[in-house]
Design a protein around this ligand. Structure first.
Ligand code: NAD
Length: 339
């Protein structure tokens, strides 16, 4: 494990998130250094590695992990590439921070759970970074504190300026609402048991063939109702909001807190363009907590079980999208290994 030089991290995938995590590990985080980057696009990896002393570029994630300089792995390749990288890292007993989704479906998630169980110790943290956002942390504290009573409902809104080309209806669930799935499970401390997806007449500004926005309803094990508005092309910025309705009070987060400027007969503020800006602090805290725990020889944060449970809820959501009505979530019994 890391000597004075810090935890040697291999970053797999150097696209939007991977490049941002490389910058973060290099410029913001203490106790870690970027020892290797890997991307199937050789030039992308090479040009990023060239900006960092002591960083080697690879096209093969396994070769990056095999480098003697690597103590831990941050996976930021697309979801379908995660399983192979996770299995490779577990085979080398390397701690991993894996961007969401852990893998795209429950069958592959179960293979990852089995590989981690066979290894005999937890090695995987899944990148559900809202658990590190200061407002979400305060909301969790208020709900756990008990003063407000039991949470009865949770209203959530997740709006994007626009989605990248090729984004599909089911990705609105598996890639975007996946964050609200994890936030719901974590905030309320219970599983989601059923999902129903409703679709208003689509916005005329949505890409052809896409049903955008969508309205998703979760039922939880203790009977709370949770709704999520997912809007992929709201056209004005990136907005994530939540309101918990409890027996004795309500809590709202995500209302813009920035400077309110009055000028030229109007007042207003800034809406961030995307998650990189909106959740910058959360990503910083997430990666710092991962580095610190890894250096202590611990694994904290969302586990592979959380990655699997989120995939199961998303799978039910896609069934409801395609078939209509309410789809029940099918979960295996939680292994004792995951506490
Ligand atoms: P991206 O397309 O910008 O980048 C992906 C990179 O991975 C590309 O450079 C691609 O060439 C590379 N790649 C593809 N297959 C690979 C493989 N087998 N091995 C190594 N590299 C490979 O995608 P992105 O937006 O950066 O998303 C990456 C991951 O981050 C996804 O899992 C996505 O869901 C997740 N993500 C998380 C958040 C969050 O808020 N936590 C936000 C956006 C994206």
């Amino acid at each position: 494990m890391p000597a004075q030089r810090g935890l040697g991290v291999a970053v797999i995938g150097t696209g939007k998130m991977g490049a941002d995590h490389v910058r973060r590990l290099h410029d913001v985080i203490s106790g870690a250094r970027v020892a290797a980057v890997a991307d199937i696009e050789a030039e992308r990896a090479k040009s990023l590695a060239a900006t960092i002393d002591g960083c080697t570029a690879y096209t093969d994630p396994a070769a990056a992990m095999a480098s003697g300089e690597v103590d831990a792995v941050l996976i930021a390749s697309p979801g379908p590439a995660h399983e192979a990288a996770l299995i490779e890292a577990l085979g080398r007993d390397l701690p991993v921070l894996c961007e969401k989704p852990m893998t795209p479906d429950t069958a592959s998630c179960l293979r990852v759970l089995e590989a981690e169980r066979r290894l005999g110790r937890r090695r995987i943290q899944v990148g559900f970074m809202r658990r590190y956002d200061s407002e979400y942390v305060k909301l969790k504290g208020l709900l756990d504190g008990g003063e407000l009573g039991r949470a009865l409902m949770l209203h959530q809104r997740h709006r994007n300026l626009a989605m990248p080309p090729g984004f599909t209806d089911d990705m609105l669930i598996t890639s975007s609402v996946a964050h609200e799935v994890d936030a719901t499970r974590w905030l309320l401390g219970q599983e989601i048991v059923a999902v129903a997806v409703h679709r208003p007449a689509p916005s005329s500004l949505a890409p052809a063939g896409m049903n955008d926005p969508q309205f998703v309803l979760f039922e939880t094990a203790s009977g709370a109702l949770v709704d999520v508005e997912i809007f992929g092309h709201c056209g004005y910025g990136y907005q994530v909001q939540a309101e918990a309705v409890c027996e004795r009070g309500t809590v709202r987060i995500g209302d813009e807190q920035g400077p309110r400027v009055s000028v030229d007969g109007r007042w207003g503020g800034h809406v961030p363009p995307d998650y990189v800006e909106r959740f910058e602090d959360a990503y910083d805290r997430e990666v710092q907590a991962w580095v610190d725990a890894t250096r202590r020889g611990e694994v904290t944060g969302p586990s592979a079980w959380d990655g699997y449970a989120a995939a199961a809820v998303c799978e039910a959501g896609v069934v409801s999208q395609r078939e209509g009505g309410r789809a029940e979530v099918e979960l295996i019994e939680r292994p004792a290994f995951y506490g």
